[in-house]
Write a protein that binds this ligand. Structure first.
Ligand code: NAD
Length: 359
């Protein structure tokens, strides 16, 4: 029996979380779900969108699975998702992007894995609002330290990239490559422009690569990487990126394999692991029992592997692959047209997967 923290999330989160726990239980692996709510509703009732009880639960159980949580845009509380990754030091965001036969995509046989650094970069959350004391102080310091003038009416976000943070994410990518017989790691950056942050990311990537002579290493500038991924994604294997590029390229890669409904993920640190889909809360579909639960179910497959339940993970992955191949019991986003009347519901898709596993 595994005790796992379950954060249902908000928007469509609770619906896909319910589908996912049912499917995971159907594999025969036993779970005790320690349900912990977080997000806007919790902020309204408890005054904190990520209360200590949620963090305590993950610290105790070591493993969590989580539905998406909405982040207010521009104002309001900071992202619960980012805060969770930073507080628990879940520094590797691992996002496999693999095509399943039958998925609606122009690309076949893709099998990329994205390693996104999860704690630094422009995502560090070090920001100063326009006209704030902090913004004014930084503008003054920059004027003194260089001959550059930042406009007085600027908001400022800081982009820290460290040797420590880069080393551990690049090493995680190479270790994964080694364990999983992968051939190549590509470090993605904009070192030509941001010489001291992205330049450092590239320099450290090159250093770490020397410890893994059997695995090919190369680097790409992020804008070129976007173009290459659209034109010839089959050339790439494992990508390692700073936080912001990792966020953007993850969605691009999800698009290559058939959409966000199919893109799973894991946030992994030295002590804890939190499994969650790449996609957000898709709030426009809340309560409609409509969205695709596969991204979170596939995150559940990653969780089973993490727990050492390899056989159950394989069994579930095969069941998912055959549901996608058959194309019958899939949600609207996986049908040839979005208004296809044969599309099944979120829970209907989970039922079909359960029927396959228990066949
Ligand atoms: P989103 O991922 O929720 O949606 C983007 C598009 O993908 C929408 O068209 C949506 O309908 C579709 N989509 C997403 N998940 C789907 C699914 N399971 N099945 C079918 N279609 C799906 O991104 P957004 O609209 O930019 O963000 C909504 C909210 O989610 C925001 O508040 C954002 O901050 C938050 N968010 C949370 C996480 C997280 O919890 N880790 C990640 C990303 C975004």
């Amino acid at each position: 029996m595994y005790k796992v923290t379950l954060i249902p999330g908000d928007g469509t989160g609770p619906e896909i979380a319910e589908a996912t726990t049912r499917v995971l239980e159907a594999t025969g692996v036993q779970f005790e779900w320690d349900v912990q709510n977080a997000g806007e509703d919790v902020y309204n009732t408890e005054g904190n969108p990520l209360p200590e009880r949620v963090l305590e639960s993950i610290r105790k159980n070591k493993v969590a699975i989580k539905g998406p949580i909405t982040t207010p845009v521009g104002t309001g509380f900071r992202s619960v998702n980012v805060l969770l990754r930073q507080t628990l030091d879940l520094y590797s965001c691992v996002r496999p992007c693999k095509t399943y036969k039958g998925a609606k995509t122009k690309y076949e046989n893709l099998d990329l894995v994205i390693f996104r650094e999860n704690t630094e970069d422009l995502y560090a959350g070090i920001e100063y609002q326009k006209d704030s004391e902090g913004a004014k102080a930084i503008i003054d310091v920059v004027r003194k330290m260089s001959d550059r003038e930042i406009r007085q009416d600027s908001g400022i976000s800081i982009k820290p990239i460290s040797v420590f943070g880069t080393e551990r994410i690049v090493r995680a990518a190479f270790e994964y490559a080694q364990k999983n017989n992968r051939r190549k790691v590509t470090s993605v950056h904009k070192a030509n422009i941001m010489k001291f942050s992205d330049g450092l990311f590239l320099e450290v990537s090159r250093e770490v690569a020397k410890d893994y002579p059997d695995i090919e290493f190369e680097d790409r500038i992020v804008d070129n990487m976007c173009m290459q991924l659209v034109q010839k994604p089959e050339l790439y294997d494992i990508l390692v990126l700073p936080n912001l590029y990792g966020d953007i390229i993850s969605d691009l890669a999800a698009g290559l394999i058939g959409g966000l409904g199919l893109a799973p993920g894991a946030n992994i640190g030295n002590e804890y692991a939190v499994f969650e889909a790449t996609h957000g809360s898709a709030p426009q579909y809340k309560g409609l029992n409509k969205v695709n639960p596969l991204a979170l179910i596939l995150s559940g497959v990653m969780m089973l592997r993490h727990l050492g339940e390899t056989e159950s993970a394989e069994k579930l992955d095969k069941a998912i692959a055959s549901i996608i191949r058959e194309g019958k019991d899939v949600t609207y986003d996986m049908k040839p047209t979005r208004d296809d009347p044969t599309a099944v519901t979120t829970s209907g898709m989970a039922d079909a997967i359960i029927a396959k596993i228990t066949q």
